[in-house]
Design a protein around this ligand. Sequence first.
Ligand code: ATP
Length: 299
Amino acid sequence: MSLITITGYPASGKSSRARELKAFLETKAAGSKVVILLSETSHSLDIKRSAYDNSAAEKPARGALLTAIIRLLSPNTILIVDAPNYIKGFRYQIYCAAREVKVRLATVYVLTPQEQCRAWNKLREGDDRYSDDTLENLCLRYEEPSSMVRWDSPLFTLLWSDEVIPQTTLNAIWDATEKGKVTNPNSGTVAVMKAPTDALATLEKTTLSIMQQIMLSQDGFGGAVTLTLTLPASTSSPLKMTLPPRNVTLPELSRLKRQFVTAQKKAITLGTVERGSVDWSEEGVGKRFVVFLEEQLQR
Ligand SMILES: Nc1ncnc2c1ncn2[C@@H]1O[C@H](COP(=O)(O)OP(=O)(O)OP(=O)(O)O)[C@@H](O)[C@H]1O
Protein backbone atom coordinates (compact mmCIF):
# COMPACT_ATOMS: atom_id res chain seq x y z
CA MET A 1 0.00 0.00 0.00
CA SER A 2 1.49 3.32 -0.98
CA LEU A 3 0.56 6.90 -1.61
CA ILE A 4 2.15 9.35 -3.98
CA THR A 5 1.33 13.01 -3.44
CA ILE A 6 1.74 15.16 -6.52
CA THR A 7 2.34 18.84 -5.94
CA GLY A 8 3.15 21.86 -8.05
CA TYR A 9 1.99 25.25 -9.22
CA PRO A 10 -1.43 25.56 -10.88
CA ALA A 11 -1.38 24.37 -14.49
CA SER A 12 2.18 23.14 -14.08
CA GLY A 13 1.52 19.81 -15.73
CA LYS A 14 0.71 17.79 -12.62
CA SER A 15 -2.08 15.79 -14.24
CA SER A 16 0.01 15.05 -17.32
CA ARG A 17 2.85 13.74 -15.13
CA ALA A 18 0.42 11.85 -12.90
CA ARG A 19 -0.98 10.00 -15.91
CA GLU A 20 2.52 9.19 -17.12
CA LEU A 21 3.45 7.90 -13.69
CA LYS A 22 0.28 5.83 -13.44
CA ALA A 23 1.00 4.14 -16.78
CA PHE A 24 4.53 3.30 -15.67
CA LEU A 25 3.48 1.97 -12.26
CA GLU A 26 0.76 -0.18 -13.81
CA THR A 27 3.25 -1.79 -16.17
CA LYS A 28 5.72 -2.27 -13.36
CA ALA A 29 3.12 -3.72 -10.98
CA ALA A 30 1.90 -6.05 -13.72
CA GLY A 31 -1.46 -6.60 -12.08
CA SER A 32 -0.09 -7.27 -8.61
CA LYS A 33 -1.26 -3.84 -7.45
CA VAL A 34 -4.08 -1.53 -8.38
CA VAL A 35 -2.92 1.94 -9.31
CA ILE A 36 -5.55 4.58 -8.55
CA LEU A 37 -5.28 8.09 -9.84
CA LEU A 38 -7.29 10.40 -7.60
CA SER A 39 -7.80 13.79 -9.15
CA GLU A 40 -9.96 16.71 -8.14
CA THR A 41 -12.67 15.58 -10.52
CA SER A 42 -12.58 11.82 -10.06
CA HIS A 43 -14.07 9.47 -7.47
CA SER A 44 -17.15 11.64 -6.94
CA LEU A 45 -15.09 14.76 -6.36
CA ASP A 46 -16.01 17.86 -8.26
CA ILE A 47 -13.47 20.45 -7.23
CA LYS A 48 -13.50 23.25 -9.73
CA ARG A 49 -10.61 25.63 -10.44
CA SER A 50 -12.82 28.33 -8.97
CA ALA A 51 -12.63 26.55 -5.61
CA TYR A 52 -9.24 28.22 -5.30
CA ASP A 53 -10.68 31.69 -5.85
CA ASN A 54 -11.18 32.13 -2.13
CA SER A 55 -10.29 30.36 1.07
CA ALA A 56 -13.93 29.82 2.05
CA ALA A 57 -14.46 27.58 -0.98
CA GLU A 58 -11.03 26.03 -0.78
CA LYS A 59 -11.31 24.64 2.72
CA PRO A 60 -14.21 22.24 2.09
CA ALA A 61 -12.55 21.22 -1.17
CA ARG A 62 -9.41 20.20 0.71
CA GLY A 63 -11.55 18.41 3.29
CA ALA A 64 -13.32 16.43 0.57
CA LEU A 65 -10.00 15.52 -1.01
CA LEU A 66 -8.58 14.29 2.29
CA THR A 67 -11.70 12.20 2.92
CA ALA A 68 -11.37 10.65 -0.53
CA ILE A 69 -7.71 9.85 0.11
CA ILE A 70 -8.49 8.15 3.39
CA ARG A 71 -11.31 6.18 1.75
CA LEU A 72 -9.13 4.98 -1.11
CA LEU A 73 -6.14 3.86 0.91
CA SER A 74 -6.18 0.09 0.91
CA PRO A 75 -3.79 -2.85 0.73
CA ASN A 76 -2.42 -3.65 -2.72
CA THR A 77 -3.11 -0.15 -3.89
CA ILE A 78 -0.84 2.58 -5.13
CA LEU A 79 -2.77 5.80 -4.75
CA ILE A 80 -1.62 8.84 -6.74
CA VAL A 81 -3.11 12.11 -5.49
CA ASP A 82 -3.19 14.61 -8.32
CA ALA A 83 -4.07 17.99 -6.80
CA PRO A 84 -2.24 21.23 -6.03
CA ASN A 85 -1.41 20.05 -2.47
CA TYR A 86 0.36 23.34 -2.13
CA ILE A 87 -0.06 23.88 1.60
CA LYS A 88 2.60 22.36 3.79
CA GLY A 89 0.05 21.70 6.52
CA PHE A 90 -2.19 19.84 4.12
CA ARG A 91 0.64 17.60 2.92
CA TYR A 92 1.34 16.96 6.58
CA GLN A 93 -2.28 15.94 7.11
CA ILE A 94 -2.04 13.50 4.20
CA TYR A 95 1.16 12.13 5.71
CA CYS A 96 -0.52 11.62 9.08
CA ALA A 97 -3.54 9.93 7.53
CA ALA A 98 -1.30 7.60 5.54
CA ARG A 99 0.87 6.82 8.49
CA GLU A 100 -2.16 5.71 10.46
CA VAL A 101 -2.55 2.81 8.05
CA LYS A 102 1.16 2.21 7.54
CA VAL A 103 1.44 3.35 3.98
CA ARG A 104 4.65 3.97 2.06
CA LEU A 105 4.82 7.56 0.95
CA ALA A 106 6.44 9.62 -1.76
CA THR A 107 6.03 13.20 -2.91
CA VAL A 108 6.38 14.19 -6.54
CA TYR A 109 7.08 17.87 -7.19
CA VAL A 110 6.27 19.01 -10.71
CA LEU A 111 8.60 21.93 -11.12
CA THR A 112 7.55 24.33 -13.85
CA PRO A 113 8.37 28.04 -14.08
CA GLN A 114 5.44 30.30 -13.32
CA GLU A 115 5.71 31.85 -16.78
CA GLN A 116 5.11 28.47 -18.35
CA CYS A 117 2.16 27.75 -16.04
CA ARG A 118 0.60 31.08 -17.03
CA ALA A 119 1.08 30.26 -20.70
CA TRP A 120 -0.46 26.78 -20.35
CA ASN A 121 -3.34 28.15 -18.31
CA LYS A 122 -4.08 30.77 -20.98
CA LEU A 123 -4.53 28.00 -23.52
CA ARG A 124 -7.30 26.49 -21.43
CA GLU A 125 -10.93 27.28 -21.95
CA GLY A 126 -13.94 27.86 -19.71
CA ASP A 127 -14.06 26.20 -16.31
CA ASP A 128 -10.81 24.42 -17.00
CA ARG A 129 -8.92 27.66 -16.67
CA TYR A 130 -7.85 29.42 -13.47
CA SER A 131 -8.66 33.12 -13.35
CA ASP A 132 -5.47 35.20 -13.62
CA ASP A 133 -5.85 36.39 -10.03
CA THR A 134 -6.31 32.89 -8.68
CA LEU A 135 -3.30 31.57 -10.54
CA GLU A 136 -1.09 34.40 -9.27
CA ASN A 137 -2.43 33.96 -5.78
CA LEU A 138 -1.80 30.24 -5.76
CA CYS A 139 1.75 30.73 -7.04
CA LEU A 140 2.36 33.27 -4.31
CA ARG A 141 0.98 31.06 -1.57
CA TYR A 142 2.65 27.92 -2.85
CA GLU A 143 4.71 26.22 -0.16
CA GLU A 144 7.51 24.27 -1.79
CA PRO A 145 8.05 20.73 -0.63
CA SER A 146 11.31 19.92 1.05
CA SER A 147 13.13 16.61 1.30
CA MET A 148 14.30 17.76 4.73
CA VAL A 149 10.87 17.30 6.30
CA ARG A 150 9.52 13.82 6.82
CA TRP A 151 6.08 14.45 5.35
CA ASP A 152 7.52 15.47 1.95
CA SER A 153 10.14 12.78 1.93
CA PRO A 154 11.20 10.98 -0.21
CA LEU A 155 10.82 13.82 -2.66
CA PHE A 156 11.12 13.48 -6.43
CA THR A 157 11.32 16.59 -8.57
CA LEU A 158 10.14 16.40 -12.16
CA LEU A 159 11.32 19.13 -14.48
CA TRP A 160 8.87 20.59 -16.93
CA SER A 161 11.57 20.63 -19.60
CA ASP A 162 11.91 16.84 -19.61
CA GLU A 163 9.79 15.45 -22.38
CA VAL A 164 9.16 12.32 -20.35
CA ILE A 165 9.94 11.41 -16.76
CA PRO A 166 13.52 10.07 -16.70
CA GLN A 167 13.71 6.31 -16.28
CA THR A 168 15.96 6.58 -13.22
CA THR A 169 13.36 8.79 -11.50
CA LEU A 170 10.54 6.41 -12.41
CA ASN A 171 12.50 3.50 -10.98
CA ALA A 172 13.28 5.44 -7.83
CA ILE A 173 9.60 6.27 -7.36
CA TRP A 174 8.72 2.61 -7.85
CA ASP A 175 11.31 1.61 -5.26
CA ALA A 176 9.91 4.15 -2.81
CA THR A 177 6.41 2.78 -3.22
CA GLU A 178 7.55 -0.84 -2.99
CA LYS A 179 10.48 -0.90 -0.64
CA GLY A 180 10.39 2.48 1.04
CA LYS A 181 10.32 2.80 4.77
CA VAL A 182 6.91 2.29 6.30
CA THR A 183 6.52 4.82 9.05
CA ASN A 184 4.50 3.47 11.89
CA PRO A 185 1.90 5.60 13.51
CA ASN A 186 3.23 6.74 16.82
CA SER A 187 1.60 8.20 19.83
CA GLY A 188 2.07 11.62 18.30
CA THR A 189 -0.42 10.99 15.55
CA VAL A 190 -2.61 8.46 17.28
CA ALA A 191 -3.18 10.43 20.40
CA VAL A 192 -5.06 13.61 20.64
CA MET A 193 -2.92 16.35 22.15
CA LYS A 194 -1.91 15.58 25.68
CA ALA A 195 -3.14 18.78 27.27
CA PRO A 196 -5.95 20.08 25.05
CA THR A 197 -7.55 22.00 27.88
CA ASP A 198 -4.43 24.05 28.43
CA ALA A 199 -3.92 24.53 24.75
CA LEU A 200 -7.47 25.73 24.20
CA ALA A 201 -7.34 28.16 27.10
CA THR A 202 -4.00 29.56 25.92
CA LEU A 203 -5.37 29.85 22.41
CA GLU A 204 -8.36 31.93 23.54
CA LYS A 205 -6.45 34.08 26.00
CA THR A 206 -3.53 34.86 23.70
CA THR A 207 -5.56 35.66 20.59
CA LEU A 208 -7.96 37.85 22.54
CA SER A 209 -5.11 39.79 24.13
CA ILE A 210 -3.44 40.39 20.74
CA MET A 211 -6.72 41.46 19.22
CA GLN A 212 -7.36 43.96 22.02
CA GLN A 213 -3.87 45.44 21.71
CA ILE A 214 -4.30 45.92 17.97
CA MET A 215 -7.63 47.67 18.49
CA LEU A 216 -6.14 49.96 21.13
CA SER A 217 -3.26 50.88 18.81
CA GLN A 218 -5.57 52.13 16.04
CA ASP A 219 -5.25 55.88 15.77
CA GLY A 220 -8.05 56.29 13.28
CA PHE A 221 -5.81 57.53 10.49
CA GLY A 222 -4.36 54.30 9.13
CA GLY A 223 -0.71 54.06 8.12
CA ALA A 224 1.63 51.06 8.47
CA VAL A 225 2.86 50.70 11.98
CA THR A 226 4.99 48.23 13.82
CA LEU A 227 3.39 47.21 17.04
CA THR A 228 4.99 45.62 20.08
CA LEU A 229 2.61 43.14 21.63
CA THR A 230 2.93 41.94 25.17
CA LEU A 231 1.46 38.61 26.10
CA PRO A 232 -0.53 37.88 29.27
CA ALA A 233 2.18 35.84 30.99
CA SER A 234 5.09 37.99 32.08
CA THR A 235 7.56 35.27 31.07
CA SER A 236 6.64 35.51 27.37
CA SER A 237 8.78 37.73 25.15
CA PRO A 238 7.00 40.63 23.42
CA LEU A 239 6.09 40.09 19.76
CA LYS A 240 6.49 42.49 16.86
CA MET A 241 3.70 42.89 14.38
CA THR A 242 3.33 45.06 11.29
CA LEU A 243 -0.11 46.47 10.66
CA PRO A 244 -1.29 47.32 7.14
CA PRO A 245 -1.45 50.99 6.03
CA ARG A 246 -5.15 51.31 6.86
CA ASN A 247 -7.42 50.96 9.83
CA VAL A 248 -8.27 47.46 10.85
CA THR A 249 -11.83 47.08 12.02
CA LEU A 250 -13.12 45.10 14.97
CA PRO A 251 -15.43 42.87 12.87
CA GLU A 252 -12.50 42.09 10.57
CA LEU A 253 -10.25 41.19 13.49
CA SER A 254 -12.98 39.18 15.20
CA ARG A 255 -13.55 37.19 12.02
CA LEU A 256 -9.85 36.47 11.61
CA LYS A 257 -9.51 35.50 15.25
CA ARG A 258 -12.46 33.10 14.87
CA GLN A 259 -10.92 31.59 11.73
CA PHE A 260 -7.56 31.12 13.39
CA VAL A 261 -8.99 29.67 16.60
CA THR A 262 -11.26 27.27 14.71
CA ALA A 263 -8.39 25.97 12.60
CA GLN A 264 -6.12 25.54 15.59
CA LYS A 265 -8.85 23.82 17.62
CA LYS A 266 -9.44 21.43 14.78
CA ALA A 267 -5.78 20.56 14.72
CA ILE A 268 -5.94 19.74 18.41
CA THR A 269 -9.14 17.74 18.38
CA LEU A 270 -8.38 15.82 15.20
CA GLY A 271 -5.04 14.92 16.65
CA THR A 272 -3.46 15.66 13.29
CA VAL A 273 -0.86 17.81 14.90
CA GLU A 274 1.99 15.69 16.01
CA ARG A 275 2.74 16.04 19.66
CA GLY A 276 5.79 18.16 20.21
CA SER A 277 5.85 19.47 16.64
CA VAL A 278 3.75 22.48 17.47
CA ASP A 279 4.46 24.95 20.18
CA TRP A 280 1.24 25.41 22.17
CA SER A 281 2.80 27.84 24.61
CA GLU A 282 1.49 31.36 24.76
CA GLU A 283 4.47 32.57 22.77
CA GLY A 284 4.05 29.83 20.16
CA VAL A 285 0.35 30.56 19.70
CA GLY A 286 1.02 34.31 19.67
CA LYS A 287 3.69 34.04 16.97
CA ARG A 288 1.43 31.92 14.74
CA PHE A 289 -1.49 34.28 15.22
CA VAL A 290 0.66 37.31 14.34
CA VAL A 291 1.95 35.62 11.18
CA PHE A 292 -1.62 34.67 10.24
CA LEU A 293 -2.93 38.19 10.86
CA GLU A 294 -0.10 39.87 8.96
CA GLU A 295 -0.74 37.60 5.99
CA GLN A 296 -4.53 38.03 6.02
CA LEU A 297 -4.51 41.78 6.64
CA GLN A 298 -2.20 42.44 3.70
CA ARG A 299 -4.75 41.00 1.25
N1 ATP B 1 5.03 19.08 -21.20
C1 ATP B 1 3.99 19.76 -21.70
N2 ATP B 1 4.04 20.26 -22.94
C2 ATP B 1 3.00 20.98 -23.44
N3 ATP B 1 1.85 21.23 -22.77
C3 ATP B 1 1.76 20.74 -21.55
C4 ATP B 1 2.80 19.98 -20.94
N4 ATP B 1 2.41 19.65 -19.69
C5 ATP B 1 1.17 20.19 -19.55
N5 ATP B 1 0.79 20.82 -20.65
C6 ATP B 1 -0.47 21.53 -20.86
O1 ATP B 1 -0.62 22.44 -19.79
C7 ATP B 1 -1.93 22.41 -19.29
C8 ATP B 1 -1.87 22.08 -17.83
O2 ATP B 1 -1.49 20.72 -17.69
P1 ATP B 1 -2.09 19.83 -16.57
O3 ATP B 1 -3.56 19.77 -16.63
O4 ATP B 1 -1.33 18.54 -16.61
O5 ATP B 1 -1.61 20.72 -15.32
P2 ATP B 1 -2.07 20.61 -13.83
O6 ATP B 1 -0.91 21.08 -13.03
O7 ATP B 1 -2.60 19.27 -13.54
O8 ATP B 1 -3.22 21.68 -13.76
P3 ATP B 1 -4.18 21.98 -12.54
O9 ATP B 1 -3.39 22.78 -11.56
O10 ATP B 1 -5.27 22.78 -13.14
O11 ATP B 1 -4.65 20.69 -12.00
C9 ATP B 1 -2.71 21.38 -20.09
O12 ATP B 1 -3.52 22.05 -20.97
C10 ATP B 1 -1.64 20.57 -20.78
O13 ATP B 1 -2.04 20.18 -22.05
